[in-house]
Design a binder for this molecule. Structure first.
Ligand SMILES: Nc1ncnc2c1ncn2[C@@H]1O[C@H](COP(=O)(O)OP(=O)(O)OP(=O)(O)O)[C@@H](O)[C@H]1O
Ligand SMILES: [Mg+2]
Length: 234
């Protein structure tokens, strides 16, 4: 069973002379339970693609299936429900609420789907932040803040973790640590991961690498022996 099937997917922004074709009739089968990297230069359509998959935005034309269910023409309410049930997002910016502690930041999102404090604690333990439950974002390093945002994304145990340049704002060593946390979640929770990067070295940790260029799929390659984050360098 595929996690996502994408048929003739097109996304255009703007109109007339200002029209931008961000994705141009792309077709993809994305298998489940894999660690997938989406690679491509700036402007190639990476964020646009995962925003469609995560029901953050709707396509201009084409079809997206999640398993057997078509999600293309969902209403706003259906999109919100779908995200709450299935998707965890991690972005380059951590988007934590400054007046809430690490634990409260995780709980805040988990409460939306009715999960408990215990589950928020488990998520923070999973990312190695047991000692930081009661710290505010300003009292945490960038890497720690990103790990809180990952804990928030995984607390409801989503089927898919969508990560858009999660190490983009981090130094090399911290980036490797954060990638290690994402890989661990993938392995231990069997969460499917789609991770965007423009860094070819990071692509070496993936099972499958999908390369985009100018809104089209340039290539799909399988890594027979993906590296561990600690084995890559750039
Ligand atoms: N809201 C928007 N309105 C108009 N054009 C947009 C919008 N969002 C993206 N685009 C355009 O669509 C194209 C694809 O953008 P997208 O953000 O998907 O690229 P990306 O691969 O994620 O790039 P980056 O690596 O810089 O984040 C770009 O040409 C971009 O300028
Ligand atoms: Mg982007």
């Amino acid at each position: 069973m595929n996690l996502f099937s994408i048929k003739n997917l097109t996304k255009e922004y703007g109109e007339g002379g200002a029209k931008v074709v961000a994705l141009n009739k792309i077709n993809l089968q994305i298998p489940e339970s894999k660690f997938i990297v989406i690679l491509g230069a700036s402007g190639s359509g990476k964020s646009t693609l995962i925003n469609m998959l995560g029901c953050m935005d709707t396509p201009t034309s084409g079809e997206i299936f999640f398993g057997d269910s078509e999600i293309t023409n969902f209403s706003k309410k259906q999109m919100t429900d779908f995200r709450g049930k299935n998707i965890g997002f991690v972005f380059q910016s951590y988007n934590l609420l400054p007046d809430l502690t690490a634990l409260e930041n995780v709980e805040f999102s988990t409460e939306l789907s009715g999960l408990s404090r215990g589950e928020a604690e488990t998520a923070l333990e999973m990312v190695g932040l047991t000692e930081r439950f009661n710290h505010y974002p300003a009292e945490l390093s960038g890497g720690e803040q990103q790990r809180v945002s990952i804990a928030r994304a995984i607390a409801k145990n989503p089927k898919v973790l969508l990560c858009d340049e999660p190490t983009g704002a981090l130094d090399f060593n911290t980036g490797i640590l954060v990638l290690g946390v994402i890989k661990k979640i993938h392995k231990e929770n069997k969460t499917s991961v789609l991770l965007i990067t423009h860094n070819q070295e990071i692509a070496k940790i993936a099972d499958i690498v999908i390369t985009l260029r100018s809104g089209e799929v340039l290539s799909i390659s399988e890594n027979k022996s993906p590296l561990e984050p600690l084995e890559v360098t750039w």
